[in-house]
Ligand binder design. Structure first.
Ligand SMILES: Cc1cc2nc3c(=O)[nH]c(=O)nc-3n(C[C@H](O)[C@H](O)[C@H](O)COP(=O)(O)OP(=O)(O)OC[C@H]3O[C@@H](n4cnc5c(N)ncnc54)[C@H](O)[C@@H]3O)c2cc1C
Length: 404
């Protein structure tokens, strides 16, 4: 059923009893043309684009838990594309363009809100680094602008720009098209869209092994619901990527860390934008319900637990209370953690692997929510065609590189 003013009115008048299930809960088939491991936004989105753009309809997405229960449903939903390097600009801007039309594309309100993302500079290093970003982004046609502390305060009136505070604000970079989206709705919207195109979404189905044939190519997956055959396997398991890829004997350059977030009790609208401080690991925006949504830094130790150290959250709240004194007396309602997969250069990996038929999408670390539609779109191409999408392809192939 499509969502429209008419269907909402009709269902409302009938007591909202007639809404169908948004997606099926099928049992796995014996074999699929392609299987995606991980029903987060990236995995569900990849399955959706495989079906919609590449005609691959016999596809399953497997998750060991519930869909959207990984980092997709645990993040602080900041969306921006003002990254420095051309490769990063390309993938995040690709995502940004897809975000702008995603609700319409999926016929699902993902609540994308381009309210502006402001990144605070606290010292000379920050100023130099962010001004370099601003210049590089403007050259690439991506919006990003430099603000004085006074202009930053005009954009976010609850910001404390006193010069005497512990982390004084000496400027800020603002991407006005940046913002937030509703994380669950992104997973649900892609799930509903993929299901409608015939994709089987199988929850509570943990992948425990990857079976390879005599040639070494992927033959299928061992799961808690039995063996499922496939020749194309896309692993999109975020913090668990190393574990899943290890089942095929592939060692990934990843470390997994807990990253946590917390929300306050709801209050009336006080914050019109998103503010980030990378230097002191504190991020804040206000949800549509009124809660202040606060992001912290990663734990110092690797771990697979979906919770983080209390001292990390305390450190973040120290900084938040100083930057936004108005929130000092708010009570925090909930905190939680996710497991983020971090690469040595903090850049994601989307591509083929040495194992024929095995593809991987990972390394989004603390910042992959914003990439969801772009990453999914590019990964669908990679799995369906067997070759990297131009946006994720190496810019210089080894064969054509100088010297060989
Ligand atoms: C607290 C926090 C705040 C964040 N804030 C932001 C932010 O503001 N902006 C931003 O851009 N990014 C942010 N991120 C990062 C972002 O959430 C992730 O990069 C992104 O959501 C990753 O999506 P995904 O679909 O790849 O992974 P996930 O949503 O984690 O999905 C992976 C899925 O794989 C499943 N899985 C794992 N192992 C197996 C197995 N063996 N078998 C079957 N299924 C398996 C898991 O159950 C999980 O559902 C944040 C992350 C956290 C934790």
């Amino acid at each position: 059923m499509r969502f429209s003013l008419l269907s909402v009115a009709r269902q409302g008048l009938a007591g909202n009893e007639g809404w169908p299930e948004q997606w099926r809960s099928p049992e796995p088939k014996a074999a699929y043309d392609a299987i995606v491991v991980g029903a987060g936004g990236h995995g569900l989105g990849a399955a959706y684009y495989m079906a919609r753009e590449h005609g691959l309809r016999n596809v399953a997405v497997l998750d060991k838990g519930w869909l959207g229960g990984g980092n997709t449903g645990r993040n602080t939903t900041i969306i921006r594309s003002n990254y420095l390097w051309e490769e990063s600009e390309a993938i995040y801007e690709h995502a940004m363009k897809l975000w702008e039309g995603l609700a319409e594309e999926l016929n699902y309100n993902v609540m994308y809100s381009a309210r502006g993302v402001m990144m605070l500079a606290h010292n000379t290093h920050d100023v130099q680094s962010f001004q370099r970003h601003v210049a590089a982004n403007q050259l690439a046609g991506i919006d990003n602008e430099w603000l004085t502390p006074q202009e930053a305060k005009a954009f976010c009136p609850i910001l404390n720009i006193e010069k005497t505070i512990r982390y004084p604000i000496v400027g800020a970079a603002l991407q006005r098209r940046g913002g937030t989206a509703r994380h669950d709705a992104v997973a649900w919207g892609y799930a509903r869209g993929a299901d409608r195109l015939g994709v089987d979404i199988i929850q509570n189905c943990e992948v425990k092994g990857i079976r390879r044939d005599a040639s070494g190519a992927v033959a299928g997956v061992e799961t808690t619901k039995g063996f499922i055959a496939t020749k194309k396997l896309g692993v999109v398991a975020a913090g668990n990527t190393s574990v899943v890829m290890g089942m095929a004997g592939v060692r990934m350059p990843l470390e997994s860390y807990p990253l946590q977030a917390l929300v306050s009790e709801p209050v009336k609208p006080i914050m019109p934008c998103v503010v980030m401080s990378n230097t002191i690991h504190a991020y804040m925006s206000q949800s549509d319900k009124g809660e202040m949504v606060i992001g912290a830094g990663t734990d110092a130790y690797t771990s697979y637990s979906q919770t983080g150290g209390l001292h990390i959250a305390n450190h973040t709240l120290d900084a938040i209370c100083e930057l936004f004194p108005v929130v000092r007396r708010l009570r925090m309602l909930r905190n939680w953690g996710g497991i983020v997969d971090v690469t040595p250069d903090r850049s994601p990996i989307i591509g083929k692997t040495p194992v024929p038929g095995l593809f991987v999408n990972c390394g989004w670390g603390t910042g992959g929510f914003k990439a969801t539609p772009g990453s999914a779109h590019v990964f669908a191409h990679t799995v369906a065609t067997g070759e990297p999408h131009p946006i994720a392809a190496p810019s210089i192939s080894i064969a054509s590189a100088p010297g060989g």
